[in-house]
Design a protein around this ligand. Structure first.
Ligand code: ZN
Length: 427
């Protein structure tokens, strides 16, 4: 009997070793604890073969199997999170130029951008809006280990009203074109929520107000009604999904918060009442504060409509002023860039803009780690370097609290214990 038990035990031991592998460790000269803002010295992050952290602590305490990666001259941080990306889109084609790009071609663009984004230090993204479920395909390819990229939470096509920001209004009526996320009325929007979930959405993206890049609407104008957004939020939450609402307009921001939407994207024209409502409901604001300059400089070349450039000029500065106001008032904020409208891989450039408009470097870093993890629903898995979380580690040479622009030149990236980039090792 003993023998049999030992045999079974040995069998499981072998199987578990074969499945889990030896894991490894990273030695960090300095490590930023994003919860406290303290920089700790000589820390070792150990992880198992599943890429999950088993311990973080002073070097002496760590007895780790597997390889040790030496980052003695670097500062480690948790992998960054961008909660507003469009990996399957590029800023180089806007307006009518974008009509010539097929859905399969967008997937290939997504493969390219997933790699760029990961190598820029973003080990998790929430992708909010893609046509043809291209984002689902990219996510699944990454999860299967076929292509390189961040952990992805994806929405598929965004929901919107007929003729609104999430429809495509470029073609005349004889083409009978409508975007696949278009749905009007409380029951139609519920059905659309069910449909995007059926095809792989982890999160629901909607267009509550008009937008900058859409033809024929205004960012400040409401699109979805309170009644429609209540139906969306209720249906999505029932099915275990959060909702992100594109909302520039003052009224739409308030309607979306009252409807129970989880995050307000852009939040450009938020007023004091909207800020108070966001605080009361615990709604996250995701303010893409760095892409305006890019649109104004490069938009025309990319085919951006003249009306879009005019809209951008009017809204950009107001958005930044309202970002500062909302942050100082104490709203929850998560880091999102709208990469896709903005070059992929430049995501970290937004940190400096957030600091310019009122945040301390630690606040901006927390928005891209702790807060973003909470918004994605993956708190406990990503966003901090602690046991039980994925070994998603990045490193820079300098001190990101002294100069947040250090994050624009990340030299080491590890996702789930697998190194995606190590410029420290390269000679
Ligand atoms: Zn967007």
């Amino acid at each position: 009997m003993r023998r049999i038990l030992f045999g079974i035990f040995a069998f499981f031991l072998v199987v578990s070793i074969a499945e889990a592998g030896p894991g490894g460790a990273v030695r960090c000269g300095k490590l930023l604890d994003v919860r406290t803002g303290k920089i700790l010295s000589n820390q070792v992050i150990s992880f198992d073969g599943d890429g999950v952290i088993t311990s973080v602590g002073a070097e002496a305490a760590a007895g780790s199997a597997g390889t040790m990666i030496d980052l003695s001259n670097a500062t480690c941080l948790p992998g960054l999170i961008d909660v507003h990306t469009h990996l399957t889109g590029d800023p180089s084609s806007s307006g009518y130029a974008a009509l010539g790009i097929s859905v399969p071609r967008e997937t290939v663009t997504g493969v390219k951008n997933a790699r760029l984004t990961l190598r820029a230090g973003f080990t998790t993204v929430r992708n909010v809006g893609a046509s043809g479920f291209t984002d689902v395909a990219v996510r699944d390819g990454i999860n299967a280990g076929e292509i390189e990229g961040p952990r992805m939470l994806v929405s598929g096509p965004p929901l919107g009203i007929t003729g609104g920001h999430c429809d495509n209004n470029l073609l005349p009526s004889e083409y009978h074109f409508r975007s696949e996320g278009v749905a009007d009325g409380p029951w139609a929007v519920r059905a659309k929520v069910r449909e995007v979930i059926k095809y792989g959405a982890d999160v629901i993206k909607i267009c509550a107000s008009g937008g900058v890049l859409s033809k024929g609407d205004q960012p400040g104008t409401p699109q979805y009604t309170l009644e429609e957004m209540k139906a969306i939020a209720e249906e999505a939450h029932k099915l275990g999904r959060k909702v992100a609402a594109h909302a520039h307009g003052t009224q739409s921001i308030k309607d979306a918060i009252r409807a129970g939407i989880d995050s307000i994207e852009h939040s450009s024209l938020i007023d004091d009442e909207g800020i108070a409502l966001a605080k009361e409901h615990g709604t996250y604001l995701v303010v893409d504060s760095d892409n305006d300059d890019f649109s104004l400089q490069e938009g025309a070349k990319a085919g951006m409509l003249a009306e879009s450039i005019e809209k951008e000029k009017k809204i950009g500065r107001l958005q930044r002023e309202n970002f500062r106001h909302a942050f100082q008032a104490g709203t929850k904020m998560a880091f999102g860039t709208d990469a896709g409208v903005y070059p992929h891989g430049d995501n970290a450039r937004q940190f400096a803009k957030m600091v310019e408009w009122g945040m301390k470097p630690l606040d901006a870093i927390q928005a891209a780690t702790l807060s973003a993890a909470d918004l994605t629903g993956w708190g406990g898995k990503v966003g901090v370097l602690e046991a039980g979380h994925y070994a998603d580690v990045i490193a820079v040479s300098g001190d990101p609290l002294a100069n947040v622009r250090e994050l624009e030149s990340i030299k080491f990236v590890m996702k789930g214990g697998v190194v995606a980039r190590n410029d420290f090792a390269a000679k």
